[in-house]
Write a protein that binds this ligand. Structure first.
Ligand code: ADP
Length: 403
């Protein structure tokens, strides 16, 4: 009698077990699905965070690297690969990727000491990672390396930011050169004036009026020179300041501007027996710009032609023509010209072709063409020069007509 009951019980228990197993399997599968879902969501979040990090770091103008303790590059942003000419950087040791030890040295210092390191590196064009892409002589970089704070079980890494400071470095260099050159240019006439003053006072020259007068005249010439240098430096500084009110824009006729300078230079033109031909395609052409600076530009160009060519018979041509929406204005002369080696430097401040001159022979401040260039650039134009010595030296200004 008990037998069927036992069988029934066992069957019931078995059925319950099967049911439990099936339920367990179902919930295990559901759990697995949920875990997979979490994993996928976590991965998506991680990918998104990584993507955002990369986008952010790639948007930076500075080169950013992550470097592990074996000095292998683990991450490099877009600016970093651009800096190294698109070379593959990730996975490579710093020493191999950076090539120049001067660039990698601060990183090793940081890796060894565990302390932040900052240094500026100036490399010549050939040795800089950009190679010959740069047109100027040197590249300057600020390298900033610092350890990243990581948890105990993570590998220590350092982050490195390399900033290109070439433009700032060049500006600083130009400023230093300018101060050095300006001091030198001012010191020379000052020393001469001092010398004559000493003669006048200590050698009691005042009792010889003829001699004293000659000395005073020389001194006056050199004081005038100092005033001209200071005046020219102020004009350059005003033009470079970029102030909106540095220029007084107004319409004026090019012809009237030319007449003014020819009037001012009339006696020198006569002295040199030079001829000046003016040929404007449109004699009524109107320019919109600062008349004062334009007059100075044309004055400097015509005066230079006369100054550099004292021999009689010089021919000077001033002309203009419209080219599309631009106007070209030129001043050319038939004089000694400018050697081709000097042409690229001719617009630099204090640059002169003849470097060895006695005090009596100094003809200008060396700032005339700098003023020309800056004044034309302030009017959104360009100026260039071509020269065939003895034939034609031509300064060509191109300006947008709207200005
Ligand atoms: P400077 O005050 O000495 O004239 P600039 O900047 O005006 O200075 O000119 C720089 C140099 O360029 C001059 O010293 C001169 O050697 C050369 N130069 C400029 N214009 C001419 C020209 N028309 N013919 C020959 N040389 C020129």
């Amino acid at each position: 009698m008990n037998h069927p009951a036992t069988i029934l019980f066992i069957a019931g228990a078995f059925a319950a077990l099967v049911f439990i197993i099936i339920r367990l399997r179902i919930s295990q599968a559901a759990y697995q699905r949920e875990v997979d879902g979490w994993k996928a969501r976590l991965q998506a979040d991680l990918d998104q965070a990584r993507g955002e990090r990369d986008r952010l770091l790639n948007a930076l103008g500075d080169a950013v690297f992550l470097i592990d303790k074996e000095s292998v590059i683990r991450f490099a942003n877009k600016s970093a690969s651009a800096m190294f000419g698109g070379r593959e950087l990730v996975g490579r040791p710093v020493r191999e990727a950076f090539l120049d030890p001067r660039l990698s040295q601060p990183l090793f210092l940081c890796l060894e000491s565990g302390e932040p390191v900052q240094s500026q590196v100036v490399l010549s064009q050939q040795t800089s990672p950009r190679g010959d892409q740069e047109t100027r002589g040197v590249n300057a970089w600020v390298i900033d390396a610092a350890p990243l704070v990581v948890s105990k079980d993570e590998m220590p890494v350092i982050r490195v930011v390399i900033r290109d400071v070439t433009a700032e470095h060049q500006l600083e260099q130009i400023r230093k050169d300018f101060v050095a050159n300006a001091s030198h240019e001012l010191r020379t006439p000052l020393a001469i004036i001092n010398g004559y003053l000493e003669n006048l006072i200590e050698d009691d020259m005042l009792s010889e009026p003829a001699m004293a007068r000659r000395f005073l005249e020389i001194m006056r010439k050199h004081t005038e020179r100092i005033s001209r240098i200071v005046e020219d430096m102020l004009v350059i500084s005003r033009l470079e300041s970029g102030e909106a009110n540095a220029l007084k824009i107004e319409p004026f006729k090019l012809r009237s501007c030319i007449s003014d300078i020819l009037e001012r230079l009339e006696s020198v033109i006569r002295e040199h027996s030079a001829t000046v031909n003016v040929n404007l395609a449109d004699p009524e052409v109107v320019l919109h710009g600062d008349r004062f600076y334009f007059t100075q530009v044309l004055f400097n160009l015509v005066e230079n032609a006369l100054k550099q060519n004292p021999r009689p018979g010089l021919q000077i041509a001033i002309g203009s023509r419209n080219a599309n929406d631009k106007i070209e204005i030129w001043v050319s002369d038939s004089g000694v010209g400018i050697p081709s080696a000097d042409l690229p430097h001719i617009f630099r401040r204090f640059y002169r072709v003849e470097k060895h001159h006695s005090q009596q022979e100094i003809k200008g401040t060396g700032l005339g063409l700098s003023i020309v260039k800056r004044a034309i650039e302030a009017h959104h134009g360009t100026v260039g020069v071509t020269s065939t010595p003895g034939k034609e030296t031509k300064f060509l200004i191109t300006l947008p007509l709207a200005h």
